[in-house]
Design a protein around this ligand. Structure first.
Ligand SMILES: C[S@@+](CC[C@H](N)C(=O)[O-])C[C@H]1O[C@@H](n2cnc3c(N)ncnc32)[C@H](O)[C@@H]1O
Length: 301
């Protein structure tokens, strides 16, 4: 399959520009997907070694070195690839269009598929376990927290009452019926937030992001850059806070005459506010709509 029909890369020119002047070395594309970003980076800078990482064994491989693994374990992945340092790291979070549009993967609430949602088909936890086995309170808490869904308690109650839930469309219908009719008409498909919550839990997305970001920032050389594209507020908040923490310089109160905090500034923010796709890109690729891009540069030690 051609990579563009697998997934269309979001904010491609912005990403290529942000890496245009990093020193020669290795860039990791931690979310290889269809390889659109990785290939454009390889074309733009032939002096770079690009390594793609993805936990989905189904990604198409074409000309770029790709390692299968979860970026939460970026340290050991890069160590095995013989890479001690990076000049760039890219995270384009979430699922690819191919994953979303393949009913058998279980990500879609529009097409019937198994309750799966694993990006890595060998991972131990699938959506089926959460939907059909979790206790109602845990389910409600998780849907509220990861889906930012205000009707999480009603949804959890309906899910438990409807067990066994057979597939994604059945689940979407149960969620829809749990949401009051007036609220169903706003905010997109009524099952969107519940599906997001399940996907995030199945794939441990926030934990992966925290450890992947830490590893990437640690491995960056001075002048190296990290770019993250996120698609919902929980992810963006983690990125924003981690970048802000790295960009802190002296934290001593102003009345202290000599710095005693020993804070060494690790990062320089390249984006104070997240960058957004243009209206033109969104019109052309509606899946880009919620993208928010943040970038930092490692300060030379
Ligand atoms: C939005 S797509 C990336 C698309 C890619 N930038 C392109 O141009 O085609 C996200 C990809 O990241 C992968 N992914 C998400 N979380 C991951 C993780 N923690 N470790 C490794 N891969 C991950 C998914 O399997 C998916 O293929």
């Amino acid at each position: 399959m051609h990579q563009d029909s697998y997934h269309r890369p979001v904010m491609l020119d912005v990403v290529v520009d942000l890496f245009a002047e990093v020193p020669t070395g290795v860039i990791v594309d931690a979310t290889y997907g269809g390889g659109g970003h990785a290939r454009a980076l390889a074309d733009a800078r032939q002096d770079l070694r690009i390594i793609g990482v993805d936990r989905d064994p189904d990604v198409p491989i074409d000309g770029v070195e790709v390692v299968r693994g979860s970026f939460g374990a970026l340290d050991s992945i890069l160590q095995s690839a013989g890479v001690p340092a990076l000049v760039g790291a890219l995270f384009d979070l979430g699922v690819s269009s191919h994953q979303l549009d393949t009913p058998g993967r279980g990500f879609s609430y529009r097409m019937a598929g198994p309750l799966d949602m694993r990006m890595d088909p060998e991972a131990p936890l699938s959506a089926d376990v959460i939907v059909n086995q979790w206790d109602e309170r845990d389910l409600a808490r998780a849907i509220g927290r990861y889906g930012e869904e205000r009707f999480s308690r009603r949804i959890a109650r309906e899910i438990v009452a409807a067990r066994p839930i057979e597939d994604t469309v059945h689940l979407a219908e149960v969620v829809r019926s749990a949401i009051p009719a007036a609220a169903r008409r706003v905010g997109g498909h009524p099952a969107r937030r519940t599906f997001q919550a399940l996907r995030m839990m199945v794939n441990r997305e926030l934990d992966e992001l925290e450890s992947g970001l830490d590893a990437a920032l640690h491995l960056l050389e001075g002048g190296g850059r990290c770019v993250v594209i996120s698609y919902h507020s929980l992810e963006d908040r983690i990125v924003k806070r981690r970048f802000a923490r790295g960009a802190e310089s002296c934290t001593c109160p102003p009345e202290v005459p000599v710095c005693r905090c020993d804070t060494v500034q690790e990062l320089r923010l390249l984006t104070r506010k997240p960058l957004r796709p243009t209206e033109e890109e969104i019109a052309d690729n509606p899946r880009a709509r919620s993208a928010r891009l943040r970038a930092v540069e490692k300060v030379a030690a």
